[in-house]
Design a protein around this ligand. Structure first.
Ligand SMILES: *[C@@H]1O[C@H](CO)[C@@H](O)[C@H](O)[C@H]1NC(C)=O
Ligand SMILES: *[C@@H]1O[C@H](CO)[C@@H](O)[C@H](O)[C@H]1NC(C)=O
Ligand SMILES: *[C@@H]1O[C@H](CO)[C@@H](O)[C@H](O)[C@H]1NC(C)=O
Ligand SMILES: *[C@@H]1O[C@H](CO)[C@@H](O)[C@H](O)[C@H]1NC(C)=O
Length: 393
């Protein structure tokens, strides 16, 4: 606000000039000198301090006065609490460690499921021949799974009940990460549901996830009721509404990010306490907000902002489309794998905004999706038939 006042004053001075020239012709040379000086100082400052993306600049960018804004003192940064300083220093140190990708590096496939996995046979085909380059973890929250694939036998971790929308969902994700982090060879951590299927053969997915330095965590700003409408200012001072983000829960995360998620208790506890369904009239879904918000705050350039798991929301219902056997065709899979732009729709009914950005992998536009959901168990036979076909592409 202060910056705006100063700027308006500056503009006012410039506009007043011609008028005063007519009324007081004798003072004309003085005014011209002041005007010339003003313009010189302006240009000099614009030259010395080239436009940067400061928040003040963002405020003014539409008015085209970037150079001038940098002239003004920056808005004072919020003073961090002791907990924040401690947390940020630990996180920064972890993020500075070099990722080690070697021949031994593995991808941890972490399945979050109520019970048995209907696509174990398909995953078995997917994993076959790639032993030593992946590991499997299963968190079954309701019933003990019956495994049909050798890759899944004895891979159940200790689990707790999971209630949709509650923090217990985030707790299950953290439990999977904690178990998978115990294997030092695991470098990428993919969260999958029981209705997820792979869209490519193993090598393509391995290279896509392993040979990049970003995590595929979905993240966007939603000013509508299902975005910022779920924010509670009781998360202050650490989580401000300007940092609040939304995103699908199905992530793929590099090791450093998995470790900072383990190390975090400050931001996590804010979401545990103040992001719950039905709290103070808000329906905050912790698993859709905690990771996008947290990672965007501590490492914005380290996340891709889209998820590698496709889901079809085009029907605009409370739940995404579930594919039945008749839906599962070569064409459907081709359609999904040909998408190379990530699209996010805000929940603001009046000004429904569509945000889209290309899926850039190390700077190259690539297909966005490696996995897809939601497939009903009856699609298994079709998928097994198609798999040899689409998985080789
Ligand atoms: C990832 O980071 C490491 C270390 O900073 C670097 O050597 C490597 O080239 C990066 N890889 C990509 C794909 O950017
Ligand atoms: C993700 O979005 C953030 C802004 O929220 C941006 O700073 C960052 O660069 C984006 N990540 C990539 C990989 O483009
Ligand atoms: C396999 O792919 C080819 C195109 O490459 C397609 O014509 C054929 O129908 C597919 N097979 C099945 C079983 O979908
Ligand atoms: C595939 O995409 C095309 C073009 O967007 C669309 O017309 C068609 O219905 C889609 N097919 C399936 C099976 O989704």
């Amino acid at each position: 606000m202060k910056a705006e006042k100063v700027w308006r004053l500056g503009m006012g001075d410039v506009h007043i000039l011609p008028g005063s020239r007519h009324r007081a012709p004798m003072r004309k040379p003085m005014w011209i000198i002041v005007l010339v000086l003003f313009v010189c100082v302006f240009l000099l400052c614009a030259y010395i301090f080239p436009p940067q993306s400061s928040s003040a600049c963002y405020l003014f960018s539409s008015r085209g006065c970037k150079g001038f804004v940098d002239w003004l003192p920056p808005a004072p940064a919020r003073e961090y609490t002791d907990e924040e300083i401690a947390s940020r220093v630990v996180i920064k140190d972890i993020l500075n460690t070099r990722p080690i990708v070697s021949k031994k590096s593995k991808i941890a496939f972490m399945f979050l499921s109520p019970g048995s996995l209907p696509f174990e046979k398909l995953w078995d085909k997917f994993f076959q021949g790639h032993e030593g380059r992946f590991s499997v973890y299963v968190h079954a929250s309701k019933t003990k799974p019956v495994h049909v694939s050798r890759y899944f036998v004895n891979r159940d971790i200790r689990s707790d009940p999971v209630i949709w929308g509650k923090i217990s969902m985030v707790d299950a994700e953290r439990r999977l990460l904690a178990n998978a982090l115990q294997d030092p060879d695991n470098q990428q951590f993919v969260l999958l549901s029981d209705s997820c299927v792979p869209l490519y053969h193993f090598n393509y997915i391995y290279d896509y996830l392993m040979y990049t330095n970003i995590s595929f965590v979905d993240c966007f700003k939603d000013p509508g009721p299902h975005g910022n409408g779920r924010y509670s200012d009781r998360m202050l001072p650490e989580v401000e509404v300007k940092d609040f983000r939304k995103g699908a829960q199905w992530f793929s995360m590099k090791r450093q990010h998995a470790i900072i998620v383990m190390a975090d208790s400050l931001y996590y506890s804010k979401f545990r306490s103040y992001c719950q369904p039905g709290l103070e009239g808000r329906n905050c879904i912790a698993d859709e907000h905690y990771l996008p918000t947290f990672l965007q705050m501590v490492d914005p350039g380290g996340i891709a902002n889209w998820s590698v798991t496709h889901v079809d929301w085009s029907e605009r219902k409370w739940h995404p489309k579930s594919y039945r056997a008749r839906d599962v065709t070569f064409e459907l899979l081709k359609n999904i794998t040909s998408i190379d732009v990530s699209v996010h729709v805000t929940s603001d009914e009046k000004r429904r905004e569509v945000q889209s950005w290309p899926c850039l992998w190390n700077g190259i536009q690539k297909p966005c999706y490696l996995f897809a959901r939601k497939f009903t168990p009856e699609t298994l036979q079709n998928l097994l038939l198609l798999f040899s076909n689409y998985s080789a592409s």
